[in-house]
Write a protein that binds this ligand. Structure first.
Ligand SMILES: [Zn+2]
Ligand SMILES: [Zn+2]
Length: 436
């Protein structure tokens, strides 16, 4: 083993020890967030708890209510450069590598922390402490480093990271890390693009038996809308997803409904395809209004979720580090290809190179169930949560200590983004030539 490699191994071990030393306070942090589940954009107590956590730690500059009421930022930069000894070889003044860790902490209505976001907050805090501890004890680093923790609310509903991107909260970051609880360890699971839409039909009430001809039936419009979309499915690509509910269907059977409301989620594997599906869906919404004589309002949500831009360099490093810590990464093709949701971290990956691996928490329960909520608050999850934080810090150290890797991470990001952008402009749209 070369001297440089030995140093790296030692630093990784040191980060792990630091995280283990902090395990009591980290556990208490996630337990407090778990015990008081708060919905998207209302995570006030969780925000305050995290802000207090970093304020109690030495050396962090903490901005409460950063860009959003329930978001925060905590930053630390080694004095005079990469470590105790100053700027380190090859670094230029002002040339700082800014490493970000994200904390989520919103919960779900009715079932609390059933997505385990309390553990995401713990991973982010643990990784930030571990990396800081190592960096402040290094005499020289090839680069100067800043560690930034962002508290990002409203992942389950709304997309707080997308609001924060719009506000410039991710500006200046060179890499960004987070990890999400799951039922298995995986460096990546498919995360698709999504846009949510609300459709409102306005008709006219009338007595449904005495003067039905005087009414304009908004429920008929809602039913046609639902059926139009069901008919559209045959012409949809197999990996597109459209799913919705009728939120309001009328008041009473003897009143022709004058108002109905539906909510749909539209998803495609890449953000380049989403406008195609949206246009088709919109024709379904509007034609239902035309057929029934209703007025229609089509309201797309403020934030559109992008698919995840993968970074193979970061994924490879994370997998190697995770395996060294005993992680058993899933090889189940069904899980790796088909398990798809959406996350606002997708939008982040189009702005900054990053990874969003998934981690086992000691339970086979599925996310968004009461069983998973229980598992996310169970002591058993702690070992796996801290192990994940260690693997993230080890990955960050790999990149920070080997500048050629940072270059590779950035180059892959640029190339992947370019490829997606080309898809957006249709330059590389592939048409199926299958005519059988
Ligand atoms: Zn979730
Ligand atoms: Zn989640």
């Amino acid at each position: 083993m070369s001297g440089g490699a030995e140093v790296l191994v030692e630093l990784k071990q040191r980060a792990g020890c630091c995280i283990d030393e902090a395990k009591a306070k980290l556990h208490s942090l996630s337990k407090d967030i778990w015990s008081c589940p708060e919905l998207a954009y209302e995570e006030r107590k969780s925000h305050d708890r995290l802000v207090a956590f970093f304020r109690q730690e030495e050396g962090w500059k903490v901005d409460a209510h950063f860009k959003l009421d329930t978001a925060f930022r905590a930053t630390w930069r080694a004095e005079g450069g990469g470590g105790r000894g100053g700027g380190g070889r090859g670094s230029e003044p002002g040339d700082v590598v800014n490493v970000g860790f994200l904390c989520e902490y919103d919960a779900l209505p009715g079932i609390g922390h059933a997505c385990g976001h309390n553990l995401i907050a713990e991973v982010g805090a643990a990784a930030a402490l571990g990396l800081k501890d190592v960096l402040e004890n290094i005499c020289s680093l090839p680069v100067r480093v800043q560690v930034t923790v962002l508290g990002t609310p409203a992942e389950e509903d709304g997309g707080g990271k997308i609001d924060m991107l719009r506000e410039g909260a991710f500006k200046g970051l060179d890499m960004v890390f987070m990890a999400h609880p799951s039922k298995e360890d995986a460096t990546y699971l498919p995360c698709v693009a999504e846009h949510d839409v609300t459709i409102k039909y306005h008709g006219k009430t009338s007595h449904a038996s005495a003067y039905p001809w005087e009414g304009i039936n908004a429920l008929d419009a809602a039913v046609l809308c639902y059926n139009n979309l069901s008919v559209l499915r045959q012409q949809m690509k197999p990996d597109w997803r459209v799913h919705g509910i009728i939120k309001h269907g009328g008041e009473k059977p003897n009143i022709i409904p004058s108002y109905t409301e539906l909510e749909y989620y539209l998803r495609t594997p890449s953000r380049a395809e989403l406008p195609v599906l949206k246009a088709k869906a919109e024709m379904c919404f509007r034609s239902a209004a035309m057929a029934t004589g209703c007025e229609v309002e089509v309201q797309f949500a403020r934030n559109q979720f992008d698919n995840m831009l993968r970074n193979a360099a970061l994924e490879e490093l994370y997998e190697r580090n995770g395996k060294a810590l005993g992680m058993d990464f899933t090889v189940d093709e069904d899980v790796l290809k088909n398990e798809s949701g959406s996350t606002d971290f997708g939008n982040v990956t189009f702005a900054v190179p990053g990874i969003h691996p998934y981690f086992y928490i000691g339970s086979n329960a599925l996310n968004h169930t009461e069983e998973y909520c229980h598992a996310a608050g169970d002591d058993r999850a702690q070992f796996y949560t801290l192990r994940t934080a260690k693997a993230l810090v080890m990955t960050a150290l790999d990149v920070l200590l080997r500048p050629e890797l940072l270059q590779r991470v950035k180059q892959e990001f640029t190339e992947a983004k370019l490829k997606e952008d080309r898809n957006m402009t249709g330059e590389h749209t592939e048409q199926s030539a299958n005519s059988c």
